[in-house]
Design a binder for this molecule. Structure first.
Ligand SMILES: Nc1ncnc2c1ncn2[C@@H]1O[C@H](COP(=O)(O)OP(=O)(O)O)[C@@H](O)[C@H]1O
Ligand SMILES: [Mg+2]
Length: 364
């Protein structure tokens, strides 16, 4: 699948942009603060309906304007047309001219994996970061996952609201508890199934890019050890004092172990960085394996941070994407783009919210 056309209106520093992209490798070059990352953000937004910068819609609207528009033509098995509009008062999302009613119908039209400096938080940050990583991957690969997650979140919120009241409505409480347990168990099952499949991919990716021979392992760390309903019931006394739900998949974690030691505590900075990239490579490999086509890879500034050895570890992933007619967007400054990628790339100059294709320089 590839993004064939991108249209932006009042998105970040783009007043208007219309760009055609072929499959293959696109290098977005430009000085700082010109709008390179903003392009990747827009593509990621189309794929996941979220910003990878973790901000809401308001920040993405061009300053002093009311709303943004992001549109795309995606070419995969067929051609799909996406149109998205966001303002403080109005949100629209349409696919092939029809409003999208269920997110499960939408996710999967464009699949993307982003590599960015914030990925380091997957290793260093709180468990919520790693849950979001699992959730996104499951949403990309299981159409039923996101609706489950939304039901779980709604039940959790209602249940927590009741726990905050002094007089709890027992019937309502029981019904939210039942919903929480039944939906929660399905979420746990899907996460439990995913992690052992992801772990060998991450281990392989880590080996490719690491400067050392450490062994990476991922392990699912569920909050529920054996039986959700029983453990939830057993936590009632503590729930009463904390006034919130203390057991359940909203408390899960994904353990990242290097040579059987938790990476967050024992890994060096370099190892953590490598690990973060390995997780994203594993995500891309997993999506590719499941769907037969590679996701669009969005690589923001990370190439410049990597030494030659680790850069070359990423190349097989890019090469496979190339062979499968996938698409890669990579941002770089003029100085540090990876010249080892050779000639098969389209260069673009990004400057003050505009994009200009550069003809490939003839090779001497
Ligand atoms: N909502 C917005 N409206 C207008 N300009 C914005 C908005 N958000 C960010 N910008 C501008 O976008 C530029 C940064 O874009 P970015 O894509 O992060 O740059 P880079 O090329 O360094 O990746 C800055 O000039 C910033 O002022
Ligand atoms: Mg940037």
């Amino acid at each position: 699948m590839h993004l064939a056309h991108l249209r932006l209106r009042d998105f970040r520093n783009y007043a208007r942009l219309d760009a055609e992209f072929s499959p293959g490798f696109h290098l977005l070059l430009g000085d700082n603060a010109q709008g390179k990352t903003n392009i990747l953000e827009a593509i990621y937004l189309l794929a996941t309906l979220r910003s990878f910068r973790g901000v809401g819609g308001a920040q993405m609207v061009r300053h002093d304007h009311k709303g943004y528009f992001v549109g795309a033509r995606v070419v995969g098995q067929g051609t799909r047309q996406i149109r998205m509009y966001w303002s403080a008062t109005e949100r629209q999302l349409s696919l092939d001219g029809q409003p999208v009613r269920r997110l499960s119908d939408y996710l999967g039209v464009l699949r993307a994996v982003v590599f960015c400096t914030e990925d380091l938080q997957l290793v260093k940050g709180p468990a919520a970061r790693r849950r979001r990583f699992l959730d996104l991957l499951l949403s990309q690969t299981h159409p039923t996952y996101l609706p489950l997650l939304q039901r779980y979140t709604a039940a959790l919120r209602s249940r927590n609201a009741l726990l905050k009241q002094s007089l709890v409505d027992a019937m309502a409480f029981d019904s939210f508890t039942q919903e929480l347990v039944s939906v929660g168990n399905q979420i746990i099952a899907l996460r439990r199934e995913l992690v052992p499949r992801l772990s060998p991919l991450a281990r392989l990716a880590y080996r490719r890019i690491a400067n050392d021979a450490e062994e990476l392992k991922l392990a699912y760390q569920p909050s529920v050890k054996t039986d959700f309903a029983i453990e939830l019931a057993a936590s009632r006394a503590r729930e009463r004092s904390y006034r919130m739900t203390l057991v359940g998949p909203h408390r899960d974690d994904l353990a990242l172990m290097l040579n059987d030691q938790p990476a967050a505590q024992f890994a060096s900075e370099g190892q953590k960085r490598t690990l973060a990239i390995a997780l994203k490579m594993a995500q891309a490999e997993y999506v590719t394996g499941l769907h037969g086509t590679p996701p669009v890879l969005l690589i923001d500034d990370v190439m410049g941070e990597l030494d030659v050895r680790r850069r070359s570890g990423l190349l097989p992933l890019l090469e496979r994407s190339h062979q499968a007619s996938g698409q890669v967007f990579m941002t770089c400054t003029e100085e540090n783009w990876p010249r080892e990628l050779g000639r098969r790339l389209q260069r673009w100059i990004v400057s003050a919210g505009s994009l200009r294709a550069v003809d490939s320089a003839p090779t001497p």
